[in-house]
Structure formats: C-alpha cells, structure tokens
Design a protein. Structure first.
Length: 427
C-alpha cells in the first residue's frame, strides 16, 4: 500500500498494541441476538447456503461485512458471533453463514467442501446476495484459515462484487505435505484421509482430487488482487507451514493493494482473534472503515470497552472443574474500589481460589466468589489469573452450569462490566 493515505493507515494499524493471552479468549456471545434473521441464498454455482443476517432499518447507505469460518466449524462459533455482533453494533450490515458441507448449509445440500475453491464461490454468492439488499453500499469479506483462502479467491474472481478483504492465516495451497501433516484431524473429523477425501470431492464435481487442490491455491490470486486487502499472519501458526506462509507473504508484498501484518504470536486462524479480540476488532474495523465508509458518521470504530473480562470453565486434570478469569482496564486511568463477582455452584463448595496481589483473597457466599481491589491500573495491562477449582466428581450428574463474571467500580466514575458466558455440563 503505497499512497500517503495507505501509509498513514498502515502506521496506525501497526501501532495498535497486540497482547495475546492464550486460553482466556472467548466470544462475548454464545448465540446470535434477535437482530440476526435466518436467510438462505445460492452460492455462485447455485448450491443453497444458510446464514444469519442483521440489517439496519434506517435506509441509510451502509457497508456490509461477511464472515467466514474455518474448516470443520460453523457460523455459530462464539468468535464469529462476537465479530458479527460487533460490526453490526458499529454500523455495518453483518452476515455470517455456513460454507457448503458445514452447519446448516450441509443440511440443504450434499455438496462437499473443498478447502478454498468452492468456499470462494460461496463467498461470491454471499456478496451477490448482499448487493441486492436495500442500502448496502459495499461488501467486505473477513475470513479465517480456509475462509481466508476462500475470500482471496472470491475477490480475485468477482472484484465487481467484493470491495475489500481481511484474511487471517490463509493457506497458500493444499499440497500433499500440508494436508498429510494433519491426517489425525482428518481421520478424527472427516472420517477419512485427506487424499481420499479430495478424490471423492473431485469426483462429485467431475474433476480429479489434484485439480480440486490446484483450484484451492491462493498465491497468484494474492499477487493480482484488485481490492484493498489486509493479510494477517503469525509466526507461531502451528497449522500453515512456514514456507507456505512465506510464499503468500511474498506475493502480498508484490501487490500494492495488500497490507501485511505479521505478529510473532497469536496462533492460527480464529485463535488470533480469541487471543486478543480487541486488537483484532480495532485493526479490522479501522481497515474496513477506511476503505468502505470513511465519510459515514453512522459507521464507527469502538472496539474496546472500559473493562474487559474473560472467563473460561474447563475440566482439568484429576477431575477438577477449573474457572479462570482475566481482566484488563483498557482506559488510561486506574479503576478504583473495584469488586469482582464470580457465581459458581453452592454445592460442592469451591476448594481452591487464587487471585493476583492487587486483590484481596476471595470471599465465598452462596456459591459466589468475590474479590476486591483498591485500584486496577489502566493502559490495557492484563490482570490475572483469578482461579477457582471445584471437585467435578461431587457435582450431580446432569448439572448444567452457566455463569458470567461481573465487576463494578466507583471511580473515576461508577461503572460495571460483564464477562462472556462460560458453561459446563456434568455428564
């Protein structure tokens, strides 16, 4: 990106601090809100697809954004839901959908997934569908992993429908050495080895498995993209081989329309969003607003709440149910007289609790833990972990625990915040 405006945007995006913390990042929402309606639309080849669409009813011209998930996932992933809700709240029309062979779309058609090629056609269908919606001024695609490859292929195939891209951890190709390195996942999830799968999928479309994989390749498309594109890669990506990442990055650097951001940490695909969702929201929203709605006041960038709480419940070693909580004050000023509440089960009682030195030891009452701090510093520094452990073997079978942490503070002015919902069901 070589224009003065593009350089200024690149400098602003790369200056946003990235601070991943593995294991604590989850989407705020576990399901789409009532603003999202069920929709069906055809892929570029006519394959029926199912999604959730939220539209603003004010008839103002607004940009739209489409969200694509990774392989063996769906639009219901909490990270996809959270992103769709965020962009809708900030003024975009938002569409999340299931690729063919996934989620609700798999119930509408037997068409197999292809790891990029047909998913790109799915994105084209989604973009065409949105172009026919009232007041949609432009269409952006956001894709993670397989969906990143699909977004690149879609924009290369239909630049008249797709205006801009944000892609995270896209594969360069589906070569044998790449797909066979993940044979354990293929056997466990797809029920067959990847070579057999591609051959079967190719037979469905009347071509060879090798030809399917050739059509999945993204390097040349990246080199020749005609739309503004943000490519995000991480050095610790444990899925995409480093040489493939390097080849795609080299193609990106040859294209003045592509901005490449490389992070040393963050993981693969949606992991990067989950590890620092406020960084990703800030970067993605700034990039899309700059290219889709620079002069529309109703489209805004507000990725950071004052206080971010991230909660996780998981079954740990030795049969303990573990609750882990992190927080960070994203404002410049300290939050004072802060009280943190975490409701858990009254029976069995929590056997262990821990907290950072800023906070008093936990107090327990009716299954709720409470920590207090005189002051929590700002500037988005992580505070945690807060931990609690319950013996899962003493939880009654069939118990369904759903909980959120909440915090309240008194100064600089009174406020409160809620965490994502976390859950556990005792089988």
């Amino acid at each position: 990106m070589t224009t003065p405006v593009a350089r200024s945007l690149a400098e602003r995006l790369t200056a946003i601090p990235f601070n991943p913390f593995r294991g604590s990042g989850q989407g705020v929402r576990a399901a789409f809100s009532g603003a999202f309606e069920r929709v069906e639309f055809p892929s570029a080849d006519g394959t029926p697809l199912v999604g959730r669409l939220a539209r603003h009813g004010d008839a103002l011209p607004r940009p739209a954004v489409v969200f694509g998930h990774s392989v063996w996932a769906s639009k219901e992933l909490d990270g996809i839901v959270d992103l769709a809700e965020f962009f809708f709240a900030n003024g975009w029309h938002a569409l999340a959908f299931d690729f063919q062979g996934h989620g609700e779309s798999a119930q509408r058609s037997p068409a197999p997934y292809t790891m990029g090629w047909k998913e790109g056609e799915n994105f084209v269908g989604a973009a065409r569908f949105l172009r026919h919606q009232p007041s949609v001024s432009s269409v952006a695609l956001i894709g993670f992993s397989m969906a990143g490859a699909a977004a690149i292929l879609a924009a290369a195939a239909a630049p008249e429908l797709v205006d801009t891209l944000v892609v995270v951890s896209p594969p360069a190709r589906q070569e044998i050495h790449f797909i066979m390195s993940h044979i354990d996942k293929w056997l466990r999830i797809a029920g067959t080895d990847p070579v057999t799968y591609f051959n079967t999928a190719g037979a469905y479309y009347g071509i060879s498995g090798e030809e399917v994989r050739r059509r999945d390749e993204t390097v040349e498309a990246m080199r020749t993209l005609l739309v503004p594109t943000l490519l995000i890669q991480t050095a610790d990506d444990d899925y995409i081989p480093a040489p493939d990442q390097a080849q795609l990055a080299a193609a990106a650097r040859q294209n003045p329309r592509v901005l490449l951001i490389a992070q040393p940490r963050g993981g693969h695909g949606l992991e990067l969003f989950l590890n620092d969702r406020y960084w990703f929201k800030g970067v993605a929203a700034a990039f899309l607003k700059a290219h889709q709605a620079p002069d529309l006041p109703e489209v805004v960038e507000t990725p950071w709440p004052v206080l971010d709480l991230q909660l996780k419940l998981e079954l740990g070693w030795e049969g303990w149910l573990l609750a882990t909580l992190w927080l960070r004050n994203n404002g410049p000023a300290p939050l004072e007289e802060l009280t943190l509440h975490l409701p858990l089960l009254a029976e069995p009682a929590v056997r262990y609790t821990g907290a950072p030195p800023l906070f008093t030891p936990a107090r327990q009452q009716d299954g709720t833990l409470q920590w207090e701090a005189a002051q929590v510093p700002g500037q988005a520094e992580l505070v945690g972990p807060f931990t609690a452990a319950l013996p899962s073997g003493e939880i009654a079978s069939g118990t369904r625990l759903r909980t959120r942490a909440r915090a309240r503070w008194e100064r600089p002015e009174p406020g409160e915040a809620m965490s994502n919902e976390a859950g556990y069901t005792r089988r």
